[in-house]
Design a protein around this ligand. Structure first.
Ligand SMILES: O=C(O)CCC(=O)C(=O)O
Ligand SMILES: [Fe+2]
Length: 225
């Protein structure tokens, strides 16, 4: 099982898995970007007001490495997800194995795969958002930087914001190198306060790419309608 720094995740809203993918694994995902057969759909972000840039959803069957990432990351994340739902007074509990959770998604009409690859060029960016694709929401997700900061691109920082009810948002810039993964909340996270837990709303995005080209891989654990 993958080791997750739960304290960092609980305190700062994210944790890193450095060097989750090797440089050659990153490069092979980038090289596969134009291989149309791998993908079920392609989204031009500007067309939907999502930002600027493009992303593509992988189709089933997923590439082995992505299937493997979903299966290997899920169990540790499901433990944390179950602690969070318990703390937030939500009745949902997540099964220990990803295939069992996917069955639940598919039975509820969320059958389409959500892992995606993103490509940004100079001037592109990704607006703050949440990756919700229906009622079934697995509370944590993972993004992996495939490109080399400063070498392949400049700018393009991964941003996470935390919003507390009736309060202003707090932003965090996540330092990533090629192959590093960030684990972060999809939607809500419980936080420890002086008078017990409170709930924050999380959003993520990417700041403007100042030059070059940036690729990332998104691993989301619920499927889409
Ligand atoms: O390009 C990025 O790093 C962000 C990707 C993203 O929004 C996601 O993986 O859900
Ligand atoms: Fe996203």
């Amino acid at each position: 099982m993958v080791q997750i720094n739960k304290d960092a995740l609980n305190e700062t809203g994210y944790c890193l898995l450095t060097g989750l993918l090797s440089p050659s694994e990153c490069q092979s995902f980038v090289n596969g970007y134009d291989d149309d057969q791998r993908y079920r759909s392609t989204v031009a972000m500007a067309r939907h007001g999502f930002g600027q840039g493009e992303y593509r959803y992988f189709s089933y069957p997923l590439p082995d490495r992505i299937l493997d990432l979903r299966n290997s990351l899920y169990p540790a994340l499901a433990e944390i997800a179950n602690e969070w739902t318990a703390r937030m007074g939500v009745a949902i509990r997540y099964p220990a194995v990803h295939q069992d959770y996917l069955k639940r998604c598919h039975q509820n009409g969320q059958e389409r795969p959500t892992p995606l690859i993103l490509r940004y060029g100079e001037g592109d960016y990704n607006c703050l958002h949440q990756d919700l694709y229906g009622e079934m929401v697995f509370p944590l997700q993972v993004a992996i930087l495939l490109s080399r900061p400063e070498t392949d691109f400049e700018g393009g920082e991964f941003i996470l914001t935390e919003q507390r009810a009736r309060m202003q948002s707090r932003a965090e810039v996540i330092p990533l190198k090629q192959g590093d993964a960030v684990v972060f909340p999809v939607n809500h996270q419980p936080k420890k306060g002086k008078r017990g837990d409170y709930r924050v709303t999380m959003r993520h995005g990417v700041s403007r790419i100042r030059s070059g080209q940036r690729h990332a891989l998104g691993v989301i654990f619920h499927d889409a309608k």
